[in-house]
Design a protein around this ligand. Structure first.
Ligand code: UD1
Length: 354
C-alpha cells in the first residue's frame, strides 16, 4: 500500500505527524509532498523536527501568492509528482490551498482521494477555507471525519456513504505533547511571568488581519485587557501591522515569533485564557482545559462552545468581560476522540479500496 500525503501549511504538519508514525509502524510506503505554502523555518521545519516527521520526499517550493496563483502553481506541479509515484491513495489534510490543490490533482488523474478532517463547516462563504473544505469533501472518495457534527454535515450534503468517523488526529498529537511538556516553563517574552496569570493570543485570519480598521480594533482590544497578553505573531499579522502603521507591542500586548508546537502547548496549558481566531488552538485550549475566546463570528469546533470552554467574541467591546469570565464546569467529554485517530485512519485506508 502506497499513500501520498500532501501538506503545506503549519496545521497540516501537526496532522501529518501521527499519520506518518502510523504508516511507518505498519510498514507501508508513505510519500510526503510539501507544497511549500509555509516556508519560514518557524512555520515549517521546526514542526518536522519537534514532531519527528520524516523529511518530505518532494518539496514543491511554491511559496506565497494570491489564492489563484498559489493554488494553480501547486496543481501544475502535483500532476507530475502523482503520476510518478502512482499511489493507492492521495491523502489531503484540512482546508488550506494545499488541500484543494492536492484534491484537484488527484481526481483529475483518477487516483483515489481521501480527505482528513472532512465535514467541518463554518457556513461562512467569505472564508477561503470554507470553499477549500467543501470542494475537497465533494471531490473525495473517502471523507475521514473528526467528529459526529462533521459526520452530520457530510450526511446533509449527500456524502454519508463515503464518510467514516475516525476522530481528530490533532488530538492524538496534542494529548501526547501535553503529557510530555507538563510542568515545563514556556518561553514567554520578557515582561511576562510564566508563573503568573497571562493570556495567549494568535490572530492570523484574513477577515481579521486584512482590513486596517478591524485589525486596529482587535489590537486595541487586546492591548486594553487586564492581563498580560502574549501574542505569537504569524507572518501575515506582522506584514499587515507594518503596512497599516500599527504596533503590536502596546498596552498589555507582548509579541513574540510563532512558537514550536511543544512550546505552544506548554504556553496555553499554563495560561489563564486563550484569545484566537485559529481553529486548532480552540481545540487545543479545550484539550488542556484552558478557557478560550474566539475572535470570529462562528466556529467549526462547536463542541468547545457547547461544553462552555469557548466563547465567540462577536463584539470586541466584550473582550475584557469574556477573558475574565469564570471557568466553566469541568467535563470528561471527549468529542475529539481518544488520541488514537491516526490508527483508525490507516486501518480505514488499508481496508477500503476506492
Ligand atoms: C493558511 C491557511 C489557513 C491556515 C493557516 C495556518 C489558506 C487559504 N489558509 O493561512 O487555513 O489556518 O495557513 O497558519 O490556505 N508567510 C510568510 N512565511 C510563511 C508563510 C506565510 O511570510 O512561511 C506570509 C506571506 O506574506 C503570505 C502570508 O503569510 O502571503 C499568508 O500565508 P498563506 O499561506 O497564504 O496563508 P495563511 O494566512 O498562513
Amino acid at each position: 500500500m502506497r499513500i501520498l500525503s500532501i501538506v503545506g501549511a503549519r496545521p497540516q504538519f501537526v496532522k501529518l505527524a501521527p499519520i506518518a508514525a502510523e504508516m511507518t509502524a505498519a510498514g507501508h510506503d508513505h510519500i510526503i509532498v510539501h507544497t511549500g505554502q509555509h516556508y519560514d523555518a518557524n512555520m515549517s521545519d521546526v514542526f518536522f523536527a519537534d514532531l519527528r516527521i520524516p523529511a518530505p520526499d518532494v518539496h514543491l517550493g511554491v511559496g506565497s501568492g494570491s489564492h489563484g496563483v498559489q493554488t494553480g502553481t501547486m496543481l501544475a506541479a502535483l500532476d507530475g509528482v502523482i503520476a510518478e509515484h502512482r499511489p493507492d491513495w492521495v491523502l489531503v489534510y484540512g482546508d488550506t490551498n494545499s488541500t484543494v490543490a492536492g484534491a484537484l490533482a488527484a481526481v483529475k488523474l483518477h487516483v483515489p482521494l481521501a480527505h482528513l478532517e472532512a465535514g467541518l463547516r463554518s457556513f461562512n462563504r467569505r472564508m477561503p477555507e470554507e470553499h477549500n473544505r467543501v470542494l475537497t469533501d465533494h471531490a473525495a472518495d473517502l471523507c475521514l471525519a473528526p467528529t459526529e457534527v462533521a459526520m452530520t454535515h457530510l450526511a446533509h450534503e449527500g456524502l454519508a456513504d463515503r464518510s467514516v468517523l475516525v476522530g481528530d488526529v490533532m488530538t492524538d498529537v496534542c494529548l501526547r505533547v501535553a503529557r510530555a511538556t507538563a510542568g515545563l516553563r514556556p518561553p514567554l517574552p520578557a515582561g511576562v511571568d510564566a508563573e503568573g496569570a497571562y493570556l495567549v493570543s494568535t490572530i492570523h485570519r484574513a477577515e481579521n488581519t486584512d482590513d486596517p480598521r478591524r485589525l486596529d480594533a482587535i489590537i486595541s482590544g487586546l492591548a486594553g485587557l487586564p492581563l498580560p497578553v502574549v501574542i505569537m505573531a504569524h507572518p501575515r499579522l506582522v506584514a499587515r501591522v507594518g503596512e497599516f502603521g500599527l504596533t503590536l507591542d502596546t498596552g498589555s500586548l507582548h509579541s513574540t515569533t510563532p512558537m514550536s508546537y511543544p512550546d505552544m502547548i506548554a504556553s496555553i496549558a499554563g495560561a489563564a485564557g486563550v484569545v484566537t481566531d485559529s481553529g486548532g488552538l480552540q481545540k487545543e485550549a479545550f484539550l488542556v482545559r484552558t478557557p478560550c475566546t474566539t475572535v470570529r463570528t462562528e466556529t467549526e469546533w462547536t463542541e468547545t462552545v457547547d461544553l462552555g470552554w469557548n466563547v465567540l467574541a462577536t463584539d470586541l467591546s466584550a473582550l475584557p468581560a469574556l477573558v475574565t469570565r469564570s471557568r466553566p464546569a469541568e467535563t470528561a467529554a471527549a468529542p475529539y476522540g481518544d488520541g488514537h485517530a491516526a490508527t483508525r485512519v490507516v486501518e480505514v485506508l488499508l481496508g477500503r479500496p476506492a
